[in-house]
Write a protein that binds this ligand. Structure first.
Ligand code: M6R
Length: 612
C-alpha cells in the first residue's frame, strides 16, 4: 500500500525521491506526489496515475533542492485523483505531509476543524491530520516536533508520516504507529522510506522507527522520542538486502524472475536447517519453544491471502506428521470474532511482508489471551517479527511482484520444516521415515529446476485458455490448498474469475458451471486421492469441460482423459504443494501476459496490506 520516501542532505533530493517512489511501486498505488524545497522556495507536484505520469508532468519544472518528501497513494478515503494525492498541506499551506495508514477518527476531527474555519481541498483523512497539527502548533506556540507529538496523542489509527515545513526547511519530522518506516543513515544525510528498497543504493545503515516513536531529522541530527516525550537512542542496524535483488535480472517481469528463482529460494530457506542423513531439523529461531510446540493443545495458524493458503498446507503437514491439532484462520475474521484461546495454544502468524494489518491485529489479540506467538515472515526487520515471541524467516529474498510466488513456496517449506521438527521432537514418525522425508525435501529444489523446463508447454496451454471468463481449480488432500492458490494467482493477475475447490465438492454446486467453455485445472498427481480425482475428471469430461491436469511424470491414465497435461516429477505426497504450485504460477503468468495485464502491479492490489 502507500509508499513514503523522504530525503534531507546535500544531494539533489528530487531524483532520490522519484527513484525511491519507483522502487516502492511494487507495493501497489494509484497516484503519486512530491514536495520539494527548491531554489524558488517550494513546490508540490501530485498526479493521479503512475510515477511515470508525475515524472512526465514535471519534466520541465525546476526540481533542484536538497529536502523533499514523496508518496505513492493507494486510495482509501476518496478516489484516486490529483486532489486526493499526497502531499497534503495545512490550511496556511506551510506544512506538508505524506502518510501511509488510516486516521480512524478523522471525521470527528474534520467536523471540529470545519467548525473552527478550516477548509479542505481533498477527501482524505491525511489532510485532516496536517490541519490538526497546524492548529495545535498555532495554539500551543510550539515547535513542529512537539505539535506533531501532541496531535498524534489525539488521533486513533495507523500511520507512518513525514512532514515538511516550508518555513523551516532544514528539518523533517517523521512518526510511526502500525505502518512501517525505515530511516537510512548516511554521511550528513538521512533517507526515509516505507521499506529499505529506496535506501539500499545509498546506505546500508538504517534505523527502524518503532511504533509510537517520533523523529526530528536534520541533515546532521536524528532525534527520536516516544510519544510520551521520552528520548530514545537510535539503534543503527546493517541491511542485508542486495541491490541486484531489486532488479529484473534479464526477465521481462519480476513475477517471472521470482518464479524462476524458486529452486534457489527454497534452498536458501532450508540452508542450515535440515540434516537429512541424521534425520534432523534445526530451527534456531524457535528452538526455545520446542516444548511449547510439541505439547501445544492446538496450533492456530493466522494469515491472509496466499499466506493463508500456505497456512492450510501447514495444517495438513503438521497434523499428518507432528500430530498436533491445527486450525487455520483468516486473520481478518479471527480478530473480530472473540476467539477462544489459552496459554496452551501456539499461534503461528504467516506473512510475507510482515506488515499485514489484519495479521498484526490478530497477533495482538492472541497475545493478550496468553498464547505463544511464532511468526513466519520473509521481510527481515518487518513489524511481525518484532511483535512475535520468536519465529522463522523464509529467506526467499525480496519479492517485488505483487502476486506472491517464491514467498509462498518458502512459507510452505518453513511449515514443512516445522511439521517435521515437531515430529522429530514428539517422535511421531519413525526415524527412517523422517530421514526419508528430509531426503525428499532436500531434492525438491532440483525437481523444481526440472519442471521449470515445462515453461514453453505451459505457455502454449495458456494460449488455448486465455480467453476464458471462468476457471475452476480442483484438488484433494495436499492438492486442495494448491487449487486455492492456483485460482487466486490466476484471478489476481489475469482478472479471470477463478475458484478453487476440494475436487469432491464440485458435485455440490460448481458442477453446474461446467460446459465446453470452462477450463478445469486438476491437481491429479499419483497420491492417495489419485483414483478419486480421476473420477472427478471423468465427471468434468462428461459435461464437456476443458481439463488441464497436473500429473506425475510418466502418467498415462489421466493423459488419456485430459485435454492438456503438465507433468511434475514424482515425490512424496507431502511435497506436492511445493511442486504442483509452480506450473500453476506459470499458467497464471502466461495467461495474464497474453491478456495484456500488468502482472507485476495488478490493478487495485497492494503488496503489503497495511490497512484493514
Ligand atoms: O504479506 P502477507 O503475506 O501478509 O500478505 C497477505 C496477502 O495480502 C497476500 O498473500 C496476497 O494475497 C497476495 N497478493 C497474493 O499473491
Amino acid at each position: 500500500m502507500c509508499g513514503i520516501v523522504g530525503y534531507i542532505g546535500s544531494r539533489e533530493a528530487w531524483p532520490i525521491v522519484l527513484n525511491g517512489l519507483k522502487r516502492l511501486e511494487y507495493r501497489g498505488y494509484d497516484s503519486a506526489g512530491i514536495a520539494i524545497i527548491n531554489s524558488a522556495g517550494f513546490s508540490v507536484h501530485k498526479k493521479a496515475g503512475k510515477v511515470a505520469c508525475l515524472e512526465a508532468e514535471t519534466a520541465d519544472k525546476d526540481k533542484s533542492g536538497h529536502v523533499a518528501i514523496g508518496h505513492t497513494r493507494w486510495a482509501t478515503h476518496g478516489a484516486p485523483s490529483d486532489a486526493n494525492s499526497h502531499p497534503h498541506s495545512s490550511n496556511d499551506n506551510r506544512l506538508h505531509i505524506i502518510h501511509n495508514g488510516i486516521i480512524e477518527n478523522y471525521l470527528i476531527l474534520k467536523e471540529e476543524l470545519l467548525a473552527r474555519g478550516h477548509t479542505f481541498k481533498s477527501e482524505t483523512d491525511t489532510e485532516v491530520l496536517i490541519h490538526l497539527i497546524e492548529e495545535i502548533q498555532n495554539i500551543e506556540q510550539t515547535d513542529l516536533l512537539e505539535a506533531v507529538r501532541l496531535a498524534l496523542n489525539t488521533v486513533i489509527g495507523a500511520y507512518a508520516i513525514v512532514i515538511l515545513d516550508r518555513e523551516n526547511p532544514n528539518q523533517l519530522v517523521a512518526a510511526r504507529k502500525g505502518s512501517p518506516m525505515v530511516i537510512g543513515v548516511g554521511q550528513d544525510e538521512y533517507f526515509i522510506a516505507s521499506d529499505a528498497t529506496p535506501i539500499i543504493e545509498y546506505t546500508k545503515n538504517v534505523v527502524y522507527l518503532q511504533d509510537n516513536e517520533i523523529a526530528l531529522i536534520k541533515h546532521n541530527q536524528l532525534l527520536i522520542k516516544k510519544l510520551n516525550n521520552v528520548v530514545q537512542t537510535p539503534l543503527i542496524q546493517e541491511l542485508e538486502l542486495k541491490l541486484e535483488s531489486l532488479e529484473k535480472g534479464g526477465f521481462e517481469h519480476f513475477m517471472m524472475k521470482e518464479i524462476f528463482e524458486q529452486p534457489r529460494s527454497i534452498r536458501d530457506c532450508m540452508r542450515g536447517r535440515i540434516f537429512p542423513l541424521e534425520g534432523k531439523v534445526e530451527l534456531g529461531g524457535i528452538k526455545q519453544y520446542t516444548d511449547k510446540l510439541k505439547n501445544a493443545e492446538r496450533i492456530i495458524i493466522i494469515a491472509c491471502g496466499t499466506s493463508w493458503h500456505a497456512g492450510l498446507t501447514g495444517e495438513y503437514l503438521i497434523e499428518e506428521y507432528g500430530r498436533v491439532k491445527v486450525e487455520v484462520e483468516y486473520a481478518s475474521e479471527f480478530r473480530y470474532r472473540n476467539p477462544i484461546i489459552s496459554d496452551k495454544d501456539v499461534v503461528i502468524a504467516v506473512s510475507q511482508s510482515g506488515e499485514t494489518a489484519d495479521t498484526m491485529a490478530a497477533i495482538e489479540i492472541a497475545k493478550e489471551r496468553g498464547a505463544t506467538i511464532l511468526g513466519i515472515c520473509n521481510v527481515v526487520g518487518a513489524s511481525i517479527p518484532r511483535i512475535t515471541d520468536a519465529g522463522v524467516y523464509t529467506h526467499a529474498g525480496p519479492e517485488i511482484g505483487v502476486a506472491s510466488t517464491k514467498a509462498f513456496t518458502a512459507q510452505v517449506t518453513v511449515l514443512t520444516l516445522i511439521a517435521l521438527f515437531i515430529a522429530q521432537h514428539k517422535k511421531t514418525l519413525p526415524p527412517a521415515k523422517l530421514i526419508d522425508l528430509l531426503t525428499g525435501l532436500d531434492a525438491i529444489p532440483d525437481k523444481i529446476q526440472t519442471l521449470l523446463q515445462d515453461n514453453e508447454l505451459i505457455e502454449q496451454i495458456a494460449s488455448k485458455i486465455k480467453n476464458a471468463t471462468n476457471c475452476l481449480f480442483l484438488g484433494r488432500g495436499f492438492g486442495f490448498p494448491i487449487a486455492l492458490e492456483g485460482a487466486l494467482k490466476l484471478k489476481e493477475i489475469s482478472y479471470i474469475h477463478a475458484e478453487g475447490y476440494p475436487a469432491a465438492e464440485m458435485k455440490h454446486g460448481p458442477i453446474a458451471l461446467i460446459d465446453e467453455q470452462m477450463p478445469v485445472i486438476f491437481i491429479a498427481t499419483k497420491n492417495s486421492s489419485y483414483e478419486k480425482v480421476i473420477s472427478n475428471i471423468q465427471e468434468v469430461k462428461a459435461r464437456k469441460g476443458i481439463v488441464i491436469a497436473i500429473v506425475t511424470q510418466g502418467d498415462t491414465k489421466v493423459k488419456n482423459m485430459a485435454d492438456h497435461c503438465i507433468e511434475i516429477p514424482d515425490a512424496d505426497e507431502a511435497f506436492l504443494p511445493l511442486l504442483a504450485t509452480i506450473p500453476l504460477q506459470l499458467l497464471a503468468y502466461h495467461i495474464a501476459v497474453k491478456r495484456g495485464c500488468n502482472v507485476d502491479q495488478p490493478r487495485n492490489l497492494a503488496k503489503s496490506v497495511t490497512v484493514e
